[in-house]
Ligand binder design. Structure first.
Ligand SMILES: [Zn+2]
Length: 151
C-alpha cells in the first residue's frame, strides 16, 4: 500500500489504448504501471527514490555534495557520478601530495573553480581537511606498524 507517496510524486496519464501510466512530477518521465499492480508501483517508487530532479533526493546527499549525476551536457561524461566520499579523500590526498597549505582550499580561486565544476558542492573548511589529514595519518601509521610487526 504505497499509493499515497506515489500520488504525491506522480501524475496518472493515459495512452491511446487507455492504459494508465505514471508520470514523474519532477522530470516528466513516463513510467509503466498503473499504480495498482505490484510491479508498476515498485518501479515508480524506485524512480522517485532515484529521480535526480526530486528535491527530496538532494537532501540525502548531505556530505557537501552534489547530486548532479549526469554532467553539464558533456556527452563524454554522461555516466559520471559524483562520489562525495571519493572526492573528499582525493582532496585530502591532493593537499598532501602537492604539499599545499590547508588554506588553499579556502581561497577564492579554488572555490570558484570548484563551483564551476560542481555548483552544489560545498568545499570543506581547512579545519575539516586538517582533521581528515590527521585521521589519514593515524590510519596509515597503524597500517605501517602492522606491516613491520608481521615481518
Ligand atoms: Zn523523475
Amino acid at each position: 500500500m504505497r499509493r499515497k507517496p506515489l500520488k504525491k510524486h506522480m501524475y496518472a496519464i493515459y495512452d491511446e489504448e487507455g492504459n494508465r501510466w505514471g508520470k514523474c512530477k519532477y522530470c516528466e518521465k513516463k513510467l509503466a504501471g498503473s499504480g495498482s499492480g505490484k510491479s508498476g508501483t515498485s518501479s515508480q517508487n524506485k524512480h522517485i527514490k532515484n529521480c535526480e530532479k526530486n528535491p527530496a533526493n538532494k537532501k540525502d546527499d548531505k556530505p557537501n555534495l552534489v547530486s548532479k549525476n549526469t554532467d553539464d551536457g558533456q556527452g563524454t561524461l554522461g555516466m559520471w557520478k559524483f562520489d562525495p566520499i571519493k572526492a573528499r579523500i582525493l582532496l585530502v590526498r591532493m593537499i598532501i601530495i602537492d604539499e599545499l597549505p590547508f588554506v588553499f582550499i579556502e581561497r577564492a580561486g579554488f572555490r570558484k573553480f570548484m563551483e564551476a565544476l560542481c555548483p552544489n558542492i560545498k568545499v570543506p573548511s581547512r579545519f575539516t581537511v586538517a582533521r581528515d589529514i590527521l585521521d589519514l595519518y593515524l590510519e596509515e601509521k597503524v597500517k605501517l606498524r602492522n606491516f613491520f610487526c608481521k615481518k
